[in-house]
Ligand binder design. Structure first.
Ligand SMILES: Cc1cc2nc3c(=O)[nH]c(=O)nc-3n(C[C@H](O)[C@H](O)[C@H](O)COP(=O)(O)OP(=O)(O)OC[C@H]3O[C@@H](n4cnc5c(N)ncnc54)[C@H](O)[C@@H]3O)c2cc1C
Length: 377
C-alpha cells in the first residue's frame, strides 16, 4: 500500500522523506513537467531546522546555507527599530535559523528520497470518493486508485476542493518581488536578516551563501491589475537606503519573481475520510513572519509520526488537533504584521515605530518561543 502525495513542493517532499523514514511507501504526483529551481531564497527558522535535524538533514542544509542569528526591523534608511536575538534559541535547541537558496533546498530534499517515485506531468483534476478508496484523475488522462491521499498542492489546492469546497482565499493587495543577486553584504549584515519598513512597503534582504543575497520587496496597491511589472521597482524603492537600491539594480530583471500575496482564511477541517491536507494546502499564510514552509515542514514531521502509530483516520484527527492551534496563530499573526508593516498614515507610522523601539526583548523572545517549540505526538 502506498500513501499518495499530491505536490512536490517543500511540504510534499518533506512529508515523503518523513514517511519513508518510518518505513511507509509513498508516491508523489506533481503537475509540473520538471522540478524547476525557484529563483528565490528561504529562511528555515529554528522549528523547521529542528525537524530537519530529526530527519538527518541538518548538516547538509547548514553546509549549503547561511546561519542567521538575529532579525532586524529598520526604517527605510536602515536605521534600527527592533532586533530579535536568536542566539538564545540557538543554545536552547542546538540549531540555527538558516537562509538558503530554494533551489538548493529542493535539490537536497529530492536527493534524500530513496524509494519514493515522483510522477511529473500529473496535474490532479479531481478526486472521487469510492468505498474504501479514492479515484484520482489527472489532466494527462490517467486514473489512479488510492488508499490514502495527502494534498500538498499549495494555496490553490485541488485536494482542498474535495475536503472543503467553501474555503476563502484572501487577497492582501500586496505585491511581492523576489530576487537573487551576486552580492557580498558587509560583515555586519552577514548573519542577519534585515527588513526595512517604509510607507506602504518594505524590503528584506539576507546573505544566503558566500556571494549570494536573496531579497524581497513588498508594496501595497489599491488594485494590482497593472502593478506586476518589475520595471517600476527601482522607482517604488527610490527613497530607501542606497544598499537596497543597489541590490535591486544589481539583479537581472528577468530573474525577478513577482507574486500577489494571499492566504487561506483559517479553516478547521483538514481531512475527510482518507484524504488529508499538508502545508499551504491546509493553511497558506502570508509570508510576513517567514513561517509558511516551516509550518509545512512541521506538518510533515507530525503527520508521519501519527501515521506510523495509528490507523489513518485516528492519525489525521490527532495531527489536526495538534497542529491547528499553532498554525492558526501563525496565519493570524502574520496577517496582522502585514497590515502593521504597510501603514500609510505618517502619524500611525511614527506611533508604530515608537512601539517597535520600546518593545522589550523579552516580549519578542516570548513570541518566538511559541513558534520554535515543536508539537509532540
Ligand atoms: C514571497 C514569499 C516568501 C516566503 N518566504 C518564506 C520563508 O522565508 N520561510 C518560510 O518558512 N516560508 C516562506 N514562504 C512560504 C512558503 O513558500 C510556502 O509556505 C511553502 O512553499 C509551502 O509549501 P507547500 O509544499 O505546502 O506548497 P507549494 O510550495 O505551493 O507546493 C505545491 C506543489 O504542488 C504542485 N501542485 C499544485 N497543484 C497541483 C495539482 N493539481 N496536481 C499536482 N501537483 C500540484 C505545485 O506545482 C507545487 O510543486 C514564503 C512565501 C512567499 C510567497
Amino acid at each position: 500500500m502506498h500513501i499518495d502525495i499530491i505536490g512536490a513542493g517543500i511540504g510534499g517532499l518533506t512529508t515523503a522523506i518523513a514517511l519513508e523514514q518510518k518505513g511507509i511507501k509513498t508516491r508523489i504526483f506533481e503537475q509540473s513537467a520538471e522540478l524547476k529551481h525557484v529563483g528565490a531564497g528561504i529562511i528555515l527558522a529554528n522549528n523547521a531546522m529542528q525537524v530537519y535535524e530529526k530527519l538527518g538533514l541538518k548538516a547538509i542544509i547548514e553546509a549549503n546555507g547561511n546561519p542567521i542569528s538575529s532579525m532586524h526591523i529598520t526604517r527605510s534608511n536602515l536605521n534600527p527599530l527592533s532586533k530579535i536575538d536568536l542566539t538564545y534559541f540557538e543554545k536552547k535547541y542546538h540549531t540555527k535559523n538558516i537562509a538558503i537558496h530554494r533551489g538548493t533546498l529542493q535539490q537536497i530534499l529530492i536527493d534524500t528520497l530513496k524509494s519514493t517515485e515522483i510522477n511529473l506531468n500529473h496535474k490532479l483534476t479531481s478526486i472521487n470518493a469510492q468505498k474504501n478508496k479514492c479515484q484520482l484523475t489527472f489532466e494527462n488522462g490517467q486514473h489512479i486508485q488510492s488508499s490514502i491521499v495527502l494534498g500538498a498542492d499549495g494555496l490553490n489546492s485541488i485536494v482542498r476542493q474535495h475536503i472543503l469546497p467553501d474555503h476563502q482565499i484572501r487577497n492582501t493587495n500586496q505585491i511581492c518581488w523576489r530576487g537573487i543577486t551576486t552580492y557580498k553584504l558587509s560583515k555586519a549584515f552577514k548573519n542577519e536578516i534585515n527588513e526595512a519598513w517604509g510607507k506602504s512597503s518594505r524590503f528584506g534582504f539576507v546573505q544566503i551563501s558566500e556571494n549570494t543575497v536573496y531579497w524581497y520587496a513588498v508594496k501595497s496597491f489599491k488594485s494590482h491589475k497593472n502593478e506586476l511589472s518589475v520595471h517600476a521597482l527601482e522607482d517604488y524603492f527610490s527613497h530607501y537606503n542606497i544598499l537596497i537600491k543597489d541590490l535591486i539594480k544589481s539583479t537581472h530583471k528577468e530573474h525577478i519573481h513577482t507574486a500577489a500575496i494571499s492566504d487561506l482564511k483559517p479553516t478547521h477541517t483538514w481531512f475527510k475520510h482518507n484524504v488529508c491536507l499538508v502545508g499551504d494546502a491546509a493553511h497558506a499564510t502570508t509570508p510576513n513572519i517567514g513561517q509558511g514552509a516551516c509550518q509545512a515542514i512541521e506538518d510533515a514531521f507530525i503527520l508521519s509520526e501519527c501515521l506510523s502509530k495509528h490507523q489513518f483516520n485516528k492519525a489525521f484527527e490527532i495531527y489536526q488537533t495538534l497542529r491547528l492551534p499553532k498554525v492558526h496563530h501563525v496565519v493570524k499573526t502574520s496577517w496582522r504584521i502585514g497590515k502593521l508593516a504597510h501603514l500609510s498614515n505618517p502619524m500611525l507610522i511614527a506611533l508604530r515605530n515608537q512601539l517597535l523601539q520600546i518593545t522589550p526583548a523579552s516580549i519578542n523572545r516570548k513570541q518566538n518561543e511559541y513558534l520554535f517549540k515543536l508539537n509532540t505526538v
